[in-house]
Design a protein around this ligand. Structure first.
Ligand code: HEM
Length: 158
C-alpha cells in the first residue's frame, strides 16, 4: 500500500477502534444502570445481566490496543510531526489518563462489584451504594475524557 493510502487507512482503523472502545464503555455504563435497577428487586436477574458484561472489558482492551497501535503508526509515517503540536501533547496526556483510569480504577471497581454481588444480599446497602457511586463516577469520567480527546483530535488547535 502506498504512503498516500496508508495514513487514511490507519486513521480509518483508528476511528473504528475509537467506536469500539468508547461505544463499549457507553454500553457498559447503560447496562450497569439496568443492573442496579434489577439488582434492587431480583438479585439473580441482576447477576445474569452482570455476566453479560464480562466480555466488555476484552472489547475495550482490543479497542485501546488498536487505537494505540494505529496512533503510533500514524506518528511513524508522518515522522512525528504531530508530536510537536500542543493539541497532540494534551491529547496524549488524556490518553494516558484514560488508560490509567481504566486499569487502576475501572478494573478494580469491576472486580469488587462482582465479588460484592456474589457474597452480598441486600443487607449491606452502604457498601453497595458507595460502589455504585464510584462506578458511576468512573464511567462519567471515562466518557468525559473520550469527549475531550475527540475534540482535541478534530480541532487540532495550536
Ligand atoms: C482513546 C484514545 C484515542 C482517541 C479517542 C483518539 C481519537 C482520534 C480522532 C477522533 C482522530 C481523528 C481526527 C481527524 O478527524 O482528523 C484522531 C487522529 C489522530 N490520532 Fe488519535 N485517538 C486516540 C489515541 C491516539 C494515540 C495513542 C495516538 C498516538 C500515539 C494517536 C494519534 C493520532 C494522530 C497522529 C492523529 C491524526 C491523524 C491525521 O489527522 O492525519 N491517537 N484520533
Amino acid at each position: 500500500m502506498s504512503l498516500t493510502y496508508l495514513l487514511p487507512a490507519l486513521l480509518s482503523v483508528h476511528l473504528i477502534a475509537l467506536i469500539l472502545m468508547a461505544g463499549t464503555t457507553l454500553v457498559d455504563f447503560i447496562t450497569l444502570r439496568s443492573f442496579w435497577r434489577l439488582f434492587e428487586k431480583q438479585k439473580e436477574k441482576g447477576s445474569g445481566l452482570l455476566e453479560a458484561t464480562a466480555s466488555y472489558a476484552r472489547m475495550i482492551g482490543i479497542g485501546a490496543a488498536l487505537l494505540i497501535f494505529t496512533g503510533i503508526g500514524m506518528m511513524f509515517i508522518t515522522h512525528g510531526v504531530f508530536g510537536e503540536q500542543l493539541w497532540f501533547r494534551i491529547k496524549f496526556a488524556f490518553v494516558l489518563l484514560l488508560v490509567a483510569n481504566g486499569i487502576f480504577v475501572g478494573r478494580r471497581l469491576g472486580l469488587r462489584l462482582r465479588k460484592t454481588v456474589a457474597e452480598t444480599d441486600l443487607t449491606n446497602p452502604n457498601r453497595i451504594s458507595q460502589l455504585r457511586k464510584n462506578l458511576y463516577r468512573f464511567h462519567i469520567s471515562q466518557l468525559l475524557i473520550f469527549t475531550i480527546i475527540i475534540f482535541l483530535s478534530i480541532f487540532k488547535f495550536n
